[in-house]
Write a protein that binds this ligand. Structure first.
Ligand code: BJW
Length: 251
């Protein structure tokens, strides 16, 4: 179906749009995805490193991976897909952005209503006392530096302030995500493989609430089968095209 026909089928005069985003959205900013060809670091997959078990076994290795990613992030800038989402917010038709991305590029773009469901890579925190500090600077991201320790707890190593596999999501953030999803008349699912729970269930909840679910991805995903529409292609191209046509129709 053409983009124009999809937009025609969004009949609300003031749609309530919620977006669920994943790593594919930041691909054009130079950030690798987790499960794509570029998702491997050394010989490790994300599932082997993004776990409390991996951190307890080898803190140095896990921090090395995060420093590698931070060096890329320090050079990354938001791309046209981030900008398209900001325009929806500026036009007051976006309720909120539910992001699995820990990179903070949405905030740098200027988006205000977001919930970072898997945390934020730009902060490190103490598992003991919850002290946290920013570490998104060139010095902390260098390859060979000692492990960061909590200034209060002395012998406690700081960890990246993200949600690893097997860990609970912050309940307030999750409630916000559910709440927004329940209010959505249109749910955009952008650049996510749809395999990581519980976020992968949000499109299903939206569908149960009769929202129109539109997926943007370069390929089919497990979510595609119950989406109303899937728009295949790089979202840094397809999403700005979609949002500008939608905004024009609503004016
Ligand atoms: C493009 C593109 C372009 C590329 N344009 N598209 C129920 C059933 C089964 C398992 C579970 C379950 N519930 C829980 C689990 C276990 C587990 C899980 O889901 N496992 C599955 C993998 C089997 N989940 C958890 O452990 C979660 N915790 C939990 O559920 O606790 C219970 C609880 C729930 C609710 C409230 C309270 C408690 C925690 C999950 C944490 C995930 N953490 C990570 C790491 C974050 C930190 C870090 O970055 O280091 O989050 S893993 C990694 O995967 C990261 C991502 O956010 C997440 C999702 O990946 P994403 O974004 O989809 O990326 P990719 O690479 O997979 O996909 C990219 C997509 O983009 C692809 O489709 C490409 O085609 C596409 N693309 N270029 C458009 N230009």
């Amino acid at each position: 179906m053409s983009l124009e026909s999809i937009i025609e089928n969004i009949t609300d005069t003031k749609p309530r749009i919620v977006s669920v985003i994943g790593a594919g959205l930041s691909k054009a900013s130079g950030m690798p995805t987790f499960r794509g060809e570029d998702g491997l670091w050394k010989k490790y997959r994300a599932e082997e490193l993004a776990t409390p078990y991996a951190f307890s076994r080898d803190q140095k290795l896990v921090w090395e991976w995060y420093r590698f990613r931070m060096r890329m992030l320090l050079r990354a800038k938001p791309n046209p897909a981030h900008n398209a989402l900001k325009k929806l917010e500026e036009k007051n038709i976006a309720i909120g952005l539910i992001t699995q991305n820990v990179d903070g590029l949405h905030e740098i773009e200027g988006i205000k209503n977001f919930v970072e469901i898997h945390g934020r890579i730009r902060y490190a925190r103490c598992m003991n006392c919850n002290y946290s500090e920013r570490w998104d600077n060139e010095e902390s991201a260098q390859e060979e530096i000692p492990l960061p320790y909590c200034p209060r707890c002395i012998d406690s190593v700081l960890r990246p302030d993200v949600v690893w596999f097997g860990e609970s999501l912050d309940s307030q953030r999750w409630e916000k995500a559910i709440n927004w999803t329940n209010q959505a008349s249109v749910l955009l699912v952008i650049g996510t493989s749809g395999v990581v729970q519980p976020v992968a269930s949000l499109p299903l909840y939206a569908k149960q609430n009769k929202a129109i679910v539109v997926e943007f991805n370069v390929e089919e995903t497990p979510i595609s089968s119950f989406c109303d529409y899937s728009i295949y292609g790089p979202c840094e191209k397809t999403l700005p095209n979609f949002t500008s046509k939608l905004i024009k129709k609503l004016e």
